[in-house]
Design a protein around this ligand. Structure first.
Ligand code: PLP
Length: 421
């Protein structure tokens, strides 16, 4: 008997897209959310210099890196983080799993929509995963009222309440405002719930105005992040977690035990190279700032193009996703037998070559008619070269976003055939 793990929607979509591309059809890749930017030269050089290092490191990570990460996050989150609170691992995904695993019996409360791995991780660990539904009108954010309703229900059933938050969000590209976080913190404190605040896209908040949950609820918030998104280094597998201020030695021992029995430590050369990312070096700051400006320009361009063809979305605030809503076309889609996100995404891919991930993959109801669009189908290296010569502007957004705009035009043509005016 094997565990039942449903196949990842991303992989399925990639297979379908590859099959279309093989037949010679143009595919617009809005499905796969990987940074389009190359790794900063500073990091690449640092990795070369450290390639000779071959010994295992301490499970928690090398001290120098933990100190740099603590200094970086102290400044970024406007609070005081100590190196003792920092864990380094091969990707933040491993750390999310390690944190959840440290609790013996937990309800893991997850907003929906949310990134695809939180619920499967909780279920693999035997925890109860509870989805807290949100919708377009709520900007896909949970409110204090929604949170409290679920906490009350879960509190009677489990010893630990673990709430996952993600801002800027995948799949929606939206952020919690400071007042929303303060409201949530008051409810969380009332139920002594723990929070895993996944802030992996935070340095890519388009206005550079990220607000961390840890600012409002430092006592029980784990913050997770790493190099995968803002340093363009997903394949380097370097994640970080910051323990809550009130962590006790038992929690830490549990996490160290789990980590040492599973991944041992993050790759040693990568840890040393990561020092450059967390150093505050002007080149690194410039590189992250440039990505922010490019993503803001392109994200807005795509958002405006979508609204012109009648698709609803909230303007993106950070990271590189938009969660788009086709409900204005519900009647017309129903008439041609498309009533779920999956049917819709499949029809769109086959008719237009536009690859989107259905909202159901992120925990939305299957008839929400929502889909995730990642606006990363452009040449990040060329975009960084262009922005180093002049300020980013609409002209540059159009130049780099042209292929994506073509895809959206195709999508518009397709939708127009469904609902003749
Ligand atoms: N959290 C979110 C919201 C993500 O989108 C991703 C990657 O797609 C991760 C975590 C995983 O990041 P890592 O590469 O650090 O494991």
């Amino acid at each position: 008997m094997y565990r039942q793990i449903p196949p990842s929607s991303t992989l399925l979509l990639n297979e379908q897209s590859a099959a279309l591309a093989e037949k010679g059809q143009q595919v617009y890749r809005f499905g796969f959310g990987q940074s389009p930017f190359p790794i900063c030269q500073l990091l690449e050089d640092a990795l070369k210099q450290n390639a000779y290092r071959k010994a295992y490191t301490p499970v928690q990570g090398i001290v120098e890196l933990r100190e740099s990460v603590a200094a970086f996050h102290s400044k970024f989150e406007q609070r005081s983080v100590h190196a003792d609170q920092v864990f380094i691992a091969p990707g933040s995904k491993s750390l999310l799993y390690t944190i959840m695993c440290a609790y013996a019996d937990a309800a893991v409360l997850i907003p929906a929509p949310a990134w695809v791995s939180y619920a499967p991780q909780a279920e693999l660990l035997g925890h109860q995963a509870i989805l807290m539904q949100t919708d377009y009108a709520q900007r896909y954010r949970i409110t204090a009222e929604i949170l409290e309703r679920h906490l009350i229900e879960a509190a009677g059933l489990h010893k630990t309440l673990l709430v996952v938050l993600n801002s800027p969000g995948n799949p929606d590209g939206l952020c919690y405002d400071a007042w929303e976080l303060a409201d949530l913190a008051a409810v969380l404190d009332k139920y002594q719930a723990w929070v895993i605040s996944d802030e992996i896209y935070a340095p890519l908040q388009h206005q550079n105005q990220h607000v961390s949950m840890a600012k409002y609820y430092p006592q029980r918030t784990f913050v997770t992040s790493g190099l995968s998104k803002w340093a363009g280094a997903g394949g380097w597998r370097l994640g970080v977690a910051i323990l809550p201020e009130t962590y006790d030695s038992e929690l830490k021992q549990a996490m160290l035990g789990i980590a040492s029995e599973t991944y041992s430590c993050a790759s040693t050369p990568i840890q040393y190279a990561a020092l450059a990312a967390y150093s505050g070096h002007p080149l690194m700051e410039e590189y992250v700032g440039q990505q922010r400006n490019i993503l803001q320009g392109i994200g807005n361009l795509i958002y405006l193009a979508l609204t012109k063809i009648g698709i609803r979305a909230h303007a993106p605030q950070g990271g590189f996703y938009l969660l788009i809503d086709f409900s204005a076309f519900r009647e017309a889609l129903d008439k041609v037998g498309l009533s779920t996100d999956s049917q819709l995404c499949s029809a769109i891919l086959n008719n237009t070559g536009v690859a989107l991930l259905p909202g159901v993959a992120f925990g939305l109801p299957q008839n929400a008619l929502a889909a995730r669009l990642a606006y990363v189908d452009f040449d990040g290296k060329q975009a960084l070269e262009d922005i180093s010569l002049q300020d980013w502007n609409m002209g540059l957004s159009k130049k780099h976003g042209q292929k994506m705009l073509n895809g959206i035009a195709k999508l518009g043509d397709y939708l127009a055939t469904l609902s003749p005016q």
